[in-house]
Design a protein around this ligand. Sequence first.
Ligand SMILES: NC(=O)c1ccc[n+]([C@@H]2O[C@H](COP(=O)([O-])OP(=O)(O)OC[C@H]3O[C@@H](n4cnc5c(N)ncnc54)[C@H](O)[C@@H]3O)[C@@H](O)[C@H]2O)c1
Length: 209
Amino acid sequence: MPKNDKRPIQLPRPTLERLKKYYAYLMQVDLEYISSEELAKKFNIRPEQVRKDFTYLNITGRPKIGYHIPPLIEELGELFGTGVMENIIIVGAGNLGSALAKYTGFEKIGVKVVAIFDNDPKKISSFVGELSVLPLSSLERAIKRFEVKIAAICVPEESAQKVASLLIRKGIKALWNFAPVPLKVPETIIVENQDITSGILSIKHVIKK
Ligand SMILES: NC(=O)c1ccc[n+]([C@@H]2O[C@H](COP(=O)([O-])OP(=O)(O)OC[C@H]3O[C@@H](n4cnc5c(N)ncnc54)[C@H](O)[C@@H]3O)[C@@H](O)[C@H]2O)c1
């Protein structure tokens, strides 16, 4: 694909995962340039892998200097659509859903939590941060009003499928699933399963050596 072609790029999943890590890292560092060697060392991979990953971006490094970080961050931001604000909703105003709703870091990556839902009458109308917990009967209205495509599922695993199916019926296109259970969804629906245990397993794997 030509470099200035703006069609969505289908990245291999491992590449996408690495690009996300580079992006998070580059947002934190206080540097002007970074070489593929430095990035590779940080992530314990080969510099050729970094250079190959960056061929998906409209950017080239300079010999002996490396990649200019501000345009690199911009390119990565464009790849992940961080410049476009996407409204999301959360279902499940428990421990996890409430923590997500209060997290202030989402806006930096173009994500805004616009509503939180629960089916527990005791939680309805209580506040999570600045959001009042809504009943599921308000789902459709909120999805339409805020043009929401993404929903985070933060309900117990036994309710997750039911909630997923309801969200899809109400117009949601992508599910960010925190419940530790696989979801059955139509092919057109995007599902991202978020597993908090995977990070700690990676640490345990390294520590074991
Ligand atoms: N993936 C992760 O990293 C991770 C980490 C912690 C917890 N979890 C999972 O996230 C989910 C939530 O965990 P938690 O600790 O916040 O649980 P919690 O019990 O504190 O909260 C769950 C909330 O969901 C609500 N709920 C239940 N059924 C519902 C339904 N049908 N519709 C709407 N709301 C409903 C409950 O009223 C409750 O408020 C669980 O599935 C848990 O296993 C995942």
